[in-house]
Design a protein around this ligand. Structure first.
Ligand code: ASP
Ligand code: MG
Length: 404
């Protein structure tokens, strides 16, 4: 008998038909004698609809009331799921995040889990029930309802799996697992059997969003292996786990493309201490998330240099405003903004022990006559910023060369 946590996302429970199908799957596991905790998201689209309702009333509702509202989405699903299981003669009970013992800090709409005391969960499992827990929500020590940030049901599942020391944690979604790249862009993308936490995080930060990154970080920190798989078929999914020695045999695990990049270049920036600090402090105060930064060396007796950085495209106007305000003060010559950029990343733990990956990537791009604007590397990733117009072509070529 195994203790299993299964999480079903919004598309897996988007209507009552899907909820009944999920209930059938849970019932099948239950019949094998496993103990099951089911974590569910709101039915697909519901969270967005609730946000829309709030905005019909006021543009910026208090975050406390927002949490109160959004938590109802998951609460609807847990009750319906318990009913669907009861209808199949499976004993089941639903619990809110608070009832499941999830205690968070008080940062409404993006609360962090402080601790979990799953007393009721254990008790009900012992009574032979399937326990259905509302994802995405918790409660402060003072009893206020909180939510964990968009996509937070993943985090609920991982955190509960860790708290109850589950034998297995399965994240059910509408794709078969984690792919070598986005199958919508590259049809011969392959489903991976396994991937390390770090590779998954790098691919996510590079644009491949299968799961909320925070929950992968949490899983890594607490050593919770999990499986990403589809609720629409019985195919095995992708196991996400701690890196193992043989994982390094695969040099490139995946290739990803972030099409949502923009680039800002400051030309003729005086090369003296404190300049970068002022630029990036101003951007951070404006809540602009800067991704890649490249600075050249200054030459001559009045050294000046060019400094480029990337931001999400939506943050470009704000970034330009912030930078324009600094121009006279810092004394750079001009600002050049390019809104249509993409970031191509090649990821794999095997890069730690294999060399030449960067050279190969640059060669592939040069063969396609694609100009590289910026380069950045980490121990397990190489990213290049290129023009958006050529980005998909670059992705296909890189996937073909590294993965096949
Ligand atoms: N319902 C929440 C959202 O849409 C949480 C989740 O689905 O994981 O973000
Ligand atoms: Mg979701």
């Amino acid at each position: 008998m195994a203790l299993i946590v299964q999480k079903y996302g919004g598309t897996s429970v988007k209507d009552t038909d899907r909820i009944k199908k999920v209930a059938q799957r849970v019932a099948d596991y239950r019949k094998r004698g496993d103990q099951i905790i089911v974590v569910v998201s709101a039915m697909g689209g519901v969270t967005d609809r609730l946000i829309g309702l709030a905005n019909e009333i006021m543009p910026e509702p208090t975050e406390r009331e927002m949490d109160m509202l959004l938590a109802t989405g998951e609460q609807t699903t847990i009750a319906l799921m318990a009913m669907a299981l009861n209808q199949l003669d499976v004993s089941a009970v639903s619990l809110t995040g608070a009832q499941a013992g999830i205690v968070t800090d008080g940062v409404h709409t993006k609360a962090k889990i402080r601790n979990i005391t799953p007393r009721q969960v254990h008790q009900m499992l012992d009574e032979g029930k399937v326990v259905i827990v509302a994802g995405f929500q918790g409660q402060t020590a003072e009893g206020h309802i909180t939510t964990l940030g968009r996509g937070g049901s993943d985090l609920t599942a991982i955190a509960i799996a860790s708290a109850v020391k589950a034998d297995l944690c399965q994240i059910y979604t509408d794709v078969d697992g984690v792919y070598t790249t986005d199958p919508r862009l590259v049809p011969n993308a392959k489903k991976l059997d396994e991937i390390s936490y770090d590779e998954m995080l790098e691919l996510a930060s590079a644009g491949a969003k299968v799961m909320q990154s925070r929950s992968v970080e949490f899983a890594k920190k607490f050593g919770v292996p999990f499986e990403v798989r589809s609720s629409l078929n019985q195919n095995p999914g992708t196991i996400v786990k701690e890196e193992t020695a043989n994982m390094e045999n695969v040099v490139v695990r995946g290739v990803s493309l972030d099409k949502n990049q923009a680039k800002v270049t400051l030309v003729g920036v005086p090369d003296r201490p404190g300049v970068a600090s002022r630029i990036f402090k101003a951007l951070s105060q404006a809540a602009v998330n800067v991704d890649m930064i490249v600075q050249n060396v200054g030459h001559g007796d009045k050294p000046a240099t060019d400094l480029s950085f990337t931001v999400e495209r939506g943050d470009l106007p704000k970034s330009q405003r912030v930078i324009d305000e600094l121009r006279e003060d810092i004394g750079f010559t001009k600002v050049v903004a390019q809104a249509e950029m993409g970031k191509l990343s090649v990821v794999g733990v095997g890069m730690k022990s294999h060399s030449g990956i960067a050279a190969k990537l640059f060669e592939i791009l040069s063969e396609q006559r694609i100009n590289i604007d910026m380069i950045s590397t980490s121990e397990i990733k190489i990213s290049v910023v290129i023009s958006l117009a050529q980005a998909e072509e670059a992705l296909k070529a890189a996937h073909q060369a590294f993965i096949g």
